[in-house]
Design a protein around this ligand. Structure first.
Ligand SMILES: Cc1cc2nc3c(=O)[nH]c(=O)nc-3n(C[C@H](O)[C@H](O)[C@H](O)COP(=O)(O)OP(=O)(O)OC[C@H]3O[C@@H](n4cnc5c(N)ncnc54)[C@H](O)[C@@H]3O)c2cc1C
Length: 484
């Protein structure tokens, strides 16, 4: 008689390392059928954007390769998830389905339904945590409510038991006697037809599994300097693990313990303060998931209801100029072009461009969130929502609305020699440091020597920052009056 199989439904956990769902399937002793189902419609308004799809294509390819190295393979299906799972269950006589949890509202609703339906059929269905250090429901205030302020949340996380040690990848997977049919990766059409993603392919090593070397390299070379370098977009000062964390190619527990372990090597390891600073950022990610789980409406509505009626402007031309990196503010344009080309943008610059959209242009933050969603390779509903609500001043523990980033000062402080601007806005590359963040103030002769004709080779400013700031503060004042 055919031995029933155990299905491992891969989702945002595209790895063999530290994968509890996979471990459970292996431990069951049954043949393991690893499956990925492409069903973007089931993710509601937040199905993966264009850059994330491109990333996903390569992540699936790498996962299949890793599975083949342990005697298995990845079975691909496309269509409504429940139907696909039911077909796979019939084809493999599976009696159990394992997966790792996700926390997006539409996905929770879908998965709950699937769990109920499969359980009704008598299957063993079990889900695990592979994505977070702390489950959102385990971190609570003294009155058992969710946190809305980061620092107490951070302290509460640190007082929890240490995240579990990561589980090693299996050495061998038991195959079913007969493999179910699988779609071809190319048939999922995750790659764009027009190759606008060349820059993404150049910026990231998409063909080779990079995750473990990425951690080692960062812990050995980047971590010690992280506190000073992390705010500088002109240097390679952050770990750039965000797309791997999002796709689940990298385990947050693996990362957490690697950083922790490094600090226990006092002679060769990074200073404990540097490690602490980095782990704190990982807990910002936990905070984002905590908020998404407890306040799911925040993906489109401000957490602070006082902002619900804010009179955002409509300005299609301004939005387009921002998206294309044509605002006339060099640091903003550099960030938006880095995003468009590589699918990633430095965190400091995400804050600068976000502030510019929301406060200088007075355009609604969900417009920014949507553009990031489509263009970031690390587009992540929890982190993106937190980031945008923080920038707009309407989220949990957000920057107050009246604290408005000055794009010139920010550029001068965090890109002091203008190297970041020169890299991404090459038409300004010959401008001396003094003018690189504010070309409109440069004397005509300097502009001419640098080959710049403002309004022709590089745009004039969309707005005057001081005037835009005054307008934003006025609108904020009005919105508070109407909210009272
Ligand atoms: C407007 C806006 C939108 C954002 N959208 C996203 C998004 O869609 N996806 C995403 O992963 N991050 C987002 N971020 C957070 C942050 O910019 C990125 O996580 C970070 O730039 C990734 O680069 P890194 O891996 O080199 O970060 P590092 O500085 O090396 O940090 C390591 C990890 O810590 C976490 N982390 C760091 N900073 C933050 C933060 N501010 N909030 C939450 N987690 C953090 C990330 O998982 C990151 O990969 C956004 C920030 C802003 C201001």
């Amino acid at each position: 008689m055919k031995q029933p199989a155990a299905i491992v439904w891969f989702r945002q956990d595209l790895r063999l390392d530290d994968n509890p769902a996979l471990e459970a399937a292996v431990k069951s002793g049954k043949p393991v059928v690893p499956v990925f189902i492409w069903d973007p419609d089931s993710e509601g308004d937040w199905s993966p954007g264009a850059a994330s799809r491109s990333w996903l294509h390569f992540a699936l390819k790498k996962l299949d390769k890793s599975l083949r190295a342990v005697g298995s393979r990845l079975v691909l299906h496309e269509g409504p998830t429940l139907e696909c799972l039911e077909k796979l269950i019939d084809d493999t006589s599976a009696d159990s389905v394992f997966w790792n949890r996700r926390y997006e509202p539409a996905v929770i609703a879908r998965d709950t339904k699937i769990k109920t339906e499969l359980s009704k059929r008598g299957l063993h269905v079990e889900s695990f945590n592979a994505m977070l250090l702390f489950e959102p429901w385990t971190v609570k205030t003294k009155t058992a409510t969710p946190y809305k302020v980061f620092t107490p949340f951070y302290r509460a996380c640190l007082s929890q038991p240490e995240p579990d040690d990561p589980i090693s990848a299996p050495q061998k997977l038991k195959s079913p006697g007969k493999w179910p049919t699988s779609a071809k990766l190319e048939s999922l059409k995750l790659l764009p037809r027009i190759h606008w993603d060349t820059g993404i392919r150049e910026a990231w090593r998409l063909d080779e599994p990079e995750e473990s070397s990425l951690i080692d390299r960062f812990v050995q070379q980047g971590l010690a300097g992280y506190p000073e370098a992390r705010d500088r977009p002109d240097v390679d000062g952050t770990s750039r693990v965000s797309p791997y964390l999002h796709s689940g190619e990298l385990s947050p527990r693996r990362l957490w313990h690697a950083v922790r372990a490094a600090t226990r090597r006092p002679k060769t390891g990074p200073p404990p303060k540097a490690a602490e600073g980095y782990l704190r950022e990982l807990i910002w990610r936990e905070f984002a998931y905590h908020l998404l789980f407890h306040f799911p409406k925040t993906v489109s509505e401000p957490l602070n209801a006082g902002f619900a009626k804010f009179a955002w402007r409509k300005d299609a031309g301004g939005l387009k100029a921002w998206q294309k990196g044509q605002t006339g503010y060099p640091i903003v344009d550099a960030g938006m072009r880095q995003l468009w080309t590589t699918g990633w943008m430095h965190n400091r610059v995400r804050m600068i461009v976000g502030s510019f959209l929301v406060k200088d242009l007075l355009l609604p933050w969900p417009e920014g969130a949507k553009w990031f969603w489509d263009t970031l390779v690390d587009a992540d509903l929890a982190n993106n929502t937190l980031g945008w609500q923080w920038v707009a001043g309407c989220g949990a523990d957000a920057a107050p609305f009246f604290r408005i980033f000055n794009p010139i000062r920010q550029g001068e402080k965090f890109d002091p020699e203008g190297n970041y601007v020169r890299e991404w806005v090459p038409e300004l590359s010959k401008l001396p440091d003094r003018w690189i963040q504010k070309p409109w103030e440069a004397p005509e002769s300097i502009l001419k020597d640098a080959g710049i004709d403002l309004g022709r080779t590089y745009p004039q400013r969309l707005v005057d920052h001081d005037e835009a700031r005054a307008r934003a503060l006025e609108e904020f004042k009005k919105s508070r009056e109407t909210a009272e």
